[in-house]
Design a protein around this ligand. Structure first.
Ligand code: FAD
Length: 459
């Protein structure tokens, strides 16, 4: 059987389903091929379930710390089965919503099964061959491991296993201090586990501004999360009760389990991409800035394209290629303007250049920074959170980087993103009236300070 479509999308994660929905709005016929569940890693094994766990962890911490606010409550324990039920309920609700959206979209055919690129414009799924005027590759990513480090799903696990663990570990070693490692460290610590992060680099969240890393490291230390920094992992052995992890230098750590969080690889092996002549590098699909591969009519989006592996980048890619295919010539996005958030406690959020990157790009003498301590912000004091808003500015020019650490700063990143993407000058933001008392005022205060008119600053 042969089916002809304007667009065949391979993979129904945030990238793929966004491409399908937008293409449908633009009156293109679409085949959306998905081997598992639409929503992809983000909805089923990533963003959404982890944030539900983090929220459950926050509730546990709130109960634990209730007395600080004059409230008599105590944490009596964590019912993991109910935590999972809550998390799964959140995922299922969004999954149903997404299935409804896809069903309601005109001209979108959901094809269930594992697809393979079998021609320059054909995807085969089971016995069916789908032809597309255009093909969009959106097959996402998988949890990587290190050479020789075997994932058994019991004691040596990845984030996928961590999301469905049927027991609360009393101790955990996390290999990797990036976003996923820090988020699980936060969850498990909130649930009462002893947590140690092993990181080969000399800081946590190494792609963030150095000040953000330092602040998180301090906060984690206060929370009792240990971090072995600059200590490459050497090996893991099974013990009677769990694992023994050895790091360079011979130091050993015993724990119930080891979470391997060393990054995500592109899901592209064995899917026919190379056979069709698509240019690849270390498994990633290479594209130009308009997300075109070297093969005419074939696009690649989301985690398989080199760059930050984030769901909102996938959504943007999906919308972009649909509009491109429809001939709308959408503007190319500045990848540095994509907001980055780590939802651990405390949260870390940023957009634009780190101080180090800005110094390198513009020259050290061209960069000024200002760090506003959340201690001067009433809402942060009410929430009893510590942290900062840091601005990186080019001399007499716009703000090119915003870095924030503290409870709920993820909710400020939208404003930070406007500041960066609209190349705002400090004076522009300083004159905005922020509602009081909100954490958003911290952004206003930092810009006031940069214009020489600090109001509620501590230094
Ligand atoms: P995916 O979401 O991986 O989707 C790819 C889809 O393609 C899958 O559904 C897969 O089944 C399907 N597929 C693959 N091969 C085939 C085939 N041959 N045939 C048919 N279907 C196929 N990002 C954020 O922005 N915020 C977060 O808070 C966040 N938290 C995360 C937490 C964790 C633990 C993890 C692992 C990731 C997190 N991410 C987060 C990253 C985010 O999940 C990814 O960036 C995003 O899902 C990438 O979207 P995608 O469409 O490229 O790929």
């Amino acid at each position: 059987m042969s089916d002809e479509f304007d667009v065949v999308v391979l993979g129904g994660g945030p990238g793929g389903y966004a491409a399908a929905l937008r293409a449908s709005q633009l009156n293109l016929s679409v085949a959306l091929v998905e081997k598992d569940k639409v929503g992809g890693t983000c909805l089923h094994r990533g963003c959404i379930p982890t944030k539900a766990l983090l929220h459950a962890g926050e509730v546990a911490d709130t109960a634990r710390e209730a007395a600080q606010f004059g409230i008599k409550a105590e944490l009596q324990g964590v019912d993991l089965a109910k935590v999972h039920a809550y998390k799964d309920g959140v995922v299922n609700r969004s999954y149903k919503g997404l299935q409804g959206l896809i069903k309601a979209a005109k001209n979108v055919t959901l094809v269930e099964g594992e697809g393979r690129l079998t021609g320059r414009n054909t995807v085969s799924v089971g016995g069916r061959t789908l032809s597309g005027r255009n093909v969009v590759l959106a097959t996402g990513s998988y949890s990587r491991t290190l050479p020789g480090l075997e994932i058994d799903g019991e004691r040596v696990i990845t984030s996928e296993h961590a999301l469905t663990l049927d027991r609360l570990p009393s101790s955990v070693v996390i290999l990797g201090g990036g976003i996923i490692g820090c988020e699980f460290a936060s969850v498990w610590r909130s649930f009462g586990a002893e947590v140690t992060i092993v990181e080969a680099l000399d800081r946590l969240l190494a792609t963030e501004d150095e000040d953000s890393s330092k602040q998180v490291q301090r906060a984690f230390r206060r929370r009792g999360i240990k971090a072995l920094l600059g200590k490459p992992f050497e090996r893991v052995e099974h013990t009677d009760t769990g694992v023994r992890v050895t790091v360079t230098g011979g130091e050993t750590l015993e724990a119930d389990l080891l979470l391997v969080a060393v990054g995500r690889g592109p899901n592209t092996a064995g899917l026919g991409f190379e056979e069709q002549g698509i240019k690849m590098e270390r498994g990633f699909v290479l594209t130009d800035e308009r997300l075109r591969t070297n093969v005419p009519g074939v696009y690649a989006i989301g985690d398989i394209v080199p760059g930050p592996q984030l769901a909102h980048r996938g959504f943007q890619h999906g919308i972009f290629v649909a509009e491109e295919i429809a001939g709308q010539q959408p503007p190319v996005a500045d990848e540095r303007g994509i907001p980055r958030v780590t939802y651990c406690d405390p949260e870390v959020a940023s957009v634009g250049l780190t101080e180090a990157a800005a110094r390198e790009q513009y020259g050290a003498d061209q960069i000024t920074t200002y760090m506003y301590n959340l201690g001067g912000n009433s809402k942060s004091t009410i929430l009893k959170t510590q942290g900062f808003v840091k601005l990186v500015r080019v001399a007499d020019g716009p703000v090119v980087g915003v870095h924030m650490v503290g409870a709920r700063v993820s909710e400020l990143v939208g404003e930070a993103q406007l500041i960066y993407n609209w190349e705002a000058f400090p004076v522009d933001v300083a004159q905005l009236i922020h509602a009081h008392p909100t954490q958003g005022e911290a952004l206003g205060e930092a810009h006031l300070a940069l214009t020489g008119k600090p109001l509620h600053t501590h230094d």
